[in-house]
Design a protein around this ligand. Sequence first.
Ligand code: ADP
Length: 207
Amino acid sequence: MELTSRQNEIVAIVKEKGPITGDEIARELNISRSTIRSDLTILTMIEILGARPKVGYYYSMENKDNGLKKKIDTILVKDTMSVPVVMDENTSVYDVIVGLFLENVSSIFISQNGVLSGVVSRKDLLRTTLGKMNLSVTPVGLIMTRMPNIIYVKEDDNILDAAIKIFEHKIDSLPVVRESKSGLKCVGRFTKTNITRIFVDLVREDF
Ligand code: ADP
């Protein structure tokens, strides 16, 4: 996983001055504490930094075997992804809700002419049922989150990068896509459940 330039700056500050509090790091960078909150979460999550209450952040990569991180670095999205549920943009909201129950998924990926065009989640559908729309004639294309705002991953992406996307964008699932001449084709689904399964398998040492 590649760190951003700000994350690298944070690591350099902590290496030099740690233990150091989040407020002090923000002051060093001349930006607000809230701006670096997600960077600090990621850096501690991937164990480059450690955090101790009332002490602050410290550099934790040295003297560490970090076997777990090494293992995670070798696992790709394609090793763990699930089968996607994809429906056409013209499908009625009613039929998409039925599909959600039948397929037992939390979101459905939407396509137009076989190319990924959107995502619709449980709450998107629930919100629509609260309105006055006729669900049987309203196409899901009207209520979905649309490209280019879709966050996705590719089959050869690392699972940690996928997990970070889910975490940072506060979403439940990512379409796994493959590029084609006509656009992005949805070939898989990577969700919070996949991450939970990886976590359990890692502890059981199945990977
Ligand atoms: P829920 O809405 O049921 O809590 P999510 O947290 O996954 O489920 O979705 C939150 C919002 O983000 C919804 O409006 C949904 O359309 C949108 N969304 C879900 N997945 C993605 C994605 N991969 N890329 C962009 N937007 C997404």
